[in-house]
Ligand binder design. Structure first.
Ligand code: 5GP
Ligand code: MG
Length: 180
């Protein structure tokens, strides 16, 4: 494991090694397995790009029949006065009447996940729950419960295991934090 790495102009050091991430993923999967065993073919909805590595490791530990799909929140600046507009893209199949588990890389203020839940609710699923690898409880400012947070972290900027710093660092198997 390389202890210090450079991405663009910043230096990062290891915060959470691969083995600890694996333990948290396994514990999260065990909770989901216990809760969903009796449900009919739930759908895991990974939010791209950041969740790809977590979703992959999580799914290997899920012990019930399920579907897996990916969505993306595309943000762009609106030309009108409304500011940032965010579209949910990639939701192919019908989720009406289905149990949906959103899989996120990280929940910070909760703005993204709140938008995602609002958008999905309009499609009348039977239930929506949120699973996230990292959760920043001190930054979270929404009321929607975060059902399956695998790991809580402080208000620090992390990269690796899917998470990026300006698109770099997603391939790292450990999680790094920016140094001063
Ligand atoms: P929120 O909408 O909850 O404030 O932020 C969620 C999004 O912000 C995440 O999906 C992620 O793209 C980005 N983000 C928040 N905190 C971090 C962090 O510590 N590291 C990285 N790489 N992205 C973060
Ligand atoms: Mg994300």
């Amino acid at each position: 494991m390389e202890n210090r790495i450079k991405l663009h102009d910043r230096t990062f050091r290891v915060l959470i090694p691969e083995a600890r991430i694996a333990e948290a993923v396994a514990a999260g999967a065990a909770r989901i397995n216990a809760d969903y065993r009796e449900r009919k073919n739930p759908i895991f909805l990974g939010v791209l790009n950041g969740s790809f590595m977590f979703l992959s490791d999580l799914m290997k530990r899920i012990e019930f029949n399920c579907e897996v799909s990916f969505v993306k929140l595309a943000s762009y600046e609106g030309t009108s006065s409304s500011g940032a507009v965010r579209d949910l893209i990639g939701l192919g199949g019908d989720i009406e009447g289905r149990d949906v588990i959103i899989v996120e890389d990280i929940v910070d203020t909760g703005r993204s996940i709140a938008h995602m839940v609002e958008t999905l609710r309009r499609k009348n699923p039977a239930s929506i729950r949120i699973c996230t690898l990292f959760y920043k409880p001190e930054a979270y400012s929404r009321t929607i419960p975060i059902d399956y947070p695998a790991m809580n972290i402080g208000n620090e900027f992390i990269v690796g295991y899917g998470l990026d710093y300006d698109q770099l660092g997603r391939n790292l198997k450990d999680v790094y934090v920016v140094t001063e």
